[in-house]
Design a protein around this ligand. Structure first.
Ligand SMILES: [Zn+2]
Length: 301
């Protein structure tokens, strides 16, 4: 058989042909969960994974998140080799060791958080971003250790810190060890605070469980993305225990902002200029950098 022979006789769809089979377009288009419109996936890249029609925020993976926040997408990844030692030799439907191995090879990541050092709007900074596809972005010993190290480096180099949360909470496969990370990270953050360095927490969909109950809510600024699920226990668990219907929009960013649990809800495309401005306010402007942070202001200046 020649190299050039087309194996499949399936027709390739033309954009103007309604009767074209749709199988080959799979993966190119996406139905928006917000407005049910069909979106071309390429368009999503331009809007940081948000729907240009209704503003719905799709989930964003950790690498894309760091590329969005760091200047020119450049950063040095830190502690990339840290991985869980499976302290409890935990087995559920399959062993934790196997689950880890499969997830690690599928995502090319050792655990559910990437820690990076680089610049944001010209300012040296440490940013940690969670990967929600890695065992639901759950927090185990590795996540706690990576964040703690990022905090210690921030203190040493006198840089601000950002943690972008996207997590189902503590990792049950590490039991009590994962719960200890709440105290470990919280106490490290106290040292960051004593060093008078800013910490901004970004809460994205979903931020729940032990992550919400500890460092995600300890920011000097707690900023959420629109429509993000943020809570401790899930709504079903709460409804069942208090035997009451929960109000509309309960545990979503906008509801939490209204009830004083958050400082701001910022759409993703505006997130970076918003953080840059907040850091100018919290830590003083970067030496030698223009003060204006958003493109609009820069033009006006
Ligand atoms: Zn939409």
């Amino acid at each position: 058989m020649s190299w050039f022979k087309r194996e499949s006789s399936g027709a390739r769809p033309r954009p103007d042909d309604d009767s074209a089979p749709t199988v080959r377009t799979e993966g190119l288009w996406l139905k928006c969960d917000g407005c049910r419109e069909i979106i071309w996936k390429k368009d999503l890249e331009l809007t940081f994974n948000t729907c240009s029609k209704c503003g719905h925020h799709f989930r964003m993976d950790a690498r894309a998140r760091l590329a969005m926040l760091f200047d020119d997408g450049h950063y040095d990844e830190l502690d990339a080799a840290l991985e869980s030692s499976d302290p409890l030799l935990f087995v559920d439907s399959k062993s934790y060791a196997d689950r880890l191995k499969a997830t690690q090879s599928a995502l090319s990541l050792k655990d559910a958080l990437i820690s990076g050092h680089g610049k944001l709007a010209g300012r040296a900074i440490h940013i940690c971003a969670m990967e929600s596809r890695f065992i639901a972005g759950s927090m185990g010993a590795v996540m706690g250790e990576k964040i703690t190290r990022a905090i210690e480096r921030s203190i040493e180099l006198r840089t601000p810190l950002i943690i972008v949360s996207a997590s189902g909470g503590a990792r049950m496969q590490e039991g009590g060890v994962s719960l200890m990370q709440m105290a470990k990270v919280s106490s490290a953050l106290m040292r960051l605070d004593e060093s008078r360095l800013p910490y901004i927490s970004i809460l994205t969909d979903p931020t729940t469980g032990g992550v919400t109950a500890s460092f995600a809510m300890l920011g000097d600024l707690n900023i959420a993305e629109p429509g993000a699920l943020i809570g401790f226990a899930g709504p079903r668990v709460i409804e069942q225990s208090i035997r009451q219907k929960l109000p509309q929009g309960f545990q979503r960013s906008e509801f939490l902002l209204q009830h004083g649990m958050l400082d701001a809800v910022v759409p993703r495309p505006e997130l970076k200029p918003y953080i840059a401005k907040a850091l100018d306010f919290l830590a003083g402007p970067v030496a030698g950098a223009p003060v204006a942070s958003s493109p609009g202001e820069r033009e006006a200046a």
